[in-house]
Design a protein around this ligand. Structure first.
Ligand code: MN
Length: 499
């Protein structure tokens, strides 16, 4: 892919082209000489990632940042160089992606771990644009997965299913979710995948003949009734979502029970015309009981809107028909990303300001948490959105993550890694710089504890540590080693002493 292709196919506006070209040139220079596992120039990955975002209609600043997303981590060019050239906003986005990249899925089998990780991804990504870049990055990595060794493929594919596809789903990005899942499916579940493909082939082949016929007939009917519509498209269900559906009890792996294997999608201009089209379809084709769904009047929890019906279509075959407006369509495909869109003369397309974006983000987050729990106590727990506000995530130099309360210091961090490390905490490098032990840590900091075996625990640490884990261990040590001296070091005493 070339930068010209990206600009042309996504119809990037003339006034936005310079920024995107500059970002491309910068990335190309920085990644000079680097190759992907596939043998391609590294900058191809930057281009494809940026191209995904552009195709979702994301703003030019985010596209530019995505072009640079691997620069600080993988090249000699630093984040400061990025800042000098592109300023704070882009630097912030690039840094966000870099931080997210440090999160690793170690214990994949543990569901609680995966849940924690999802929360972390959200909490770490203070700006949703960071998550969008990460999704585009992951999508391209999945598209080029075959060049990796088998074992690594499996790890990445599993992580994609468990983390990134569900992130996309929660953000209402149905199309991205479907793509990620379908790319991961054959690698994570090879046997099941092959069986399904085998079984579904004859039905898909017959559908490929049927769809054009049904399209023509419905086209003719709508024209006859003079209802405007912009397209009638056939779409086949994503394989992984079909697989999941078949596994549900009411389907019992029986393909003949799945009516929406193939669907026709009619896009029109207004809500009124959606209902008008539904009425006309039902005049010609008998609907199947219980299959008419009005997601316009009652949208799905993730915001999905559409009318669905399954009818005895042309040639009296079952066909699912989905009817929606262009706006609903974009929202269904690109979800939260569709709200972003291009700022026209500084104003976002649908009048959503930056603050509202953040609100929207929080709303989506709530939906996510609500959906992912059925137990009431978990539900209440999950409503504590401010959980995120009071927690920070700190990295070891190796990329492990520790979850600490706000206000925590390097001492808390050291004890959370290992109590021995805590007891010999001689100093701390925060993001590579030696800092005082009482420095409050910030979300995303990388902390390296400088061990000093001869060091003795200091009573002052009780005034610095905030976690009960660290305080307990400090007290225990003092109790053993300086008995009698510590009884007065209660939190109240420390408070008074600070005054
Ligand atoms: Mn990347």
């Amino acid at each position: 892919m070339t930068i010209q292709e990206l600009i042309r196919t996504n119809k990037i506006k003339p006034q936005d082209q310079k920024l995107i070209r500059d970002a491309f040139e910068f990335a190309r220079t920085a990644h000079q000489g680097q190759k992907r596992k596939s043998g391609e120039d590294y900058v191809q990955h930057s281009l494809f990632t940026a191209n995904h975002l552009a195709s979702w209609g994301i703003d030019p600043v985010t596209i530019a940042a995505s072009m640079l997303h691997d620069v600080p981590e993988n090249t000699k060019t630093s984040l400061d160089d990025v800042r000098k050239k592109f300023g704070e906003e882009i630097t912030f986005l690039v840094l966000g992606v870099t931080k997210l990249g440090r999160i690793k899925l170690r214990n994949q089998k543990d569901p609680a771990y995966v849940e924690t990780l999802k929360r972390m991804v959200l909490a770490m990504a203070e700006d949703i644009r960071v998550v969008l870049i990460k999704l585009a990055d992951r999508l391209h990595n999945m598209e080029t997965l075959s060049s990796l060794p088998r074992e690594k493929q499996e790890r990445v594919a599993r992580e994609t299913l468990e983390i990134y596809a569900s992130l996309a789903a929660r953000l209402g990005m149905g199309e991205v979710r479907g793509k990620l899942e379908d790319l991961a499916f054959p690698i994570v579940f090879p046997k099941e995948y092959n069986r399904l493909v085998e079984e579904i082939r004859p039905r898909l082949e017959s559908a490929q003949k049927y769809i054009p016929l049904a399209q023509r007939e419905i086209h003719r009917i709508l024209q006859l009734h003079k209802i405007p519509f912009s397209s009638i498209e056939g779409r086949s269900k994503h394989l992984f979502s079909l697989f999941q559906k078949l596994q549900r009890q009411e389907y019992g792996m029986d393909l003949s029970k799945v009516y929406d294997l193939i669907a026709l999608r009619i896009i029109t201009d207004t809500v009124e015309h959606c209902y008008a089209i539904l009425g006309i379809i039902h005049q010609y084709y008998k609907p199947i009981r219980g299959r008419i769904k009005d997601y316009i009047a009652v949208p799905k929890p993730n915001g999905y809107k559409s009318l669905h019906t399954t009818v005895f279509g042309p040639e009296r075959r079952f066909v699912e028909i989905q009817i929606r407006t262009q706006e609903m369509h974009e929202e269904a495909e690109y979800g939260i990303a569709s709200h972003w869109a291009y700022a026209e003369h500084g104003k976002p397309k649908r009048g959503i300001s930056v603050n509202q974006r953040q609100l929207e983000w929080v709303r989506q987050l709530r939906e996510w948490q609500r959906e992912s729990t059925d137990k009431p106590e978990e539900f209440i727990e999950s409503l504590r959105i401010d959980f995120f506000k009071n927690r920070i995530f700190i990295f070891t130099p190796k990329g492990d993550v520790k979850d600490l309360p706000e206000g925590a210091t390097s001492i808390d961090f050291a004890f959370s890694v290992h109590s021995e490390l805590g007891l010999h905490c001689g100093g701390a490098k925060i993001n590579g710089k030696l800092e005082r032990l009482d420095t409050k840590l910030k979300n995303g900091d990388v902390v390296e504890i400088v061990e000093d075996k001869k060091l003795k625990v200091s009573r002052d640490w009780l005034a610095i540590a905030v976690t009960s884990n660290a305080r307990g261990k400090i007290r225990g040590w003092l109790h053993k080693n300086e008995e009698g001296l510590i009884s007065r070091w209660t939190p109240e005493f420390i408070k008074k002493r600070k005054k």
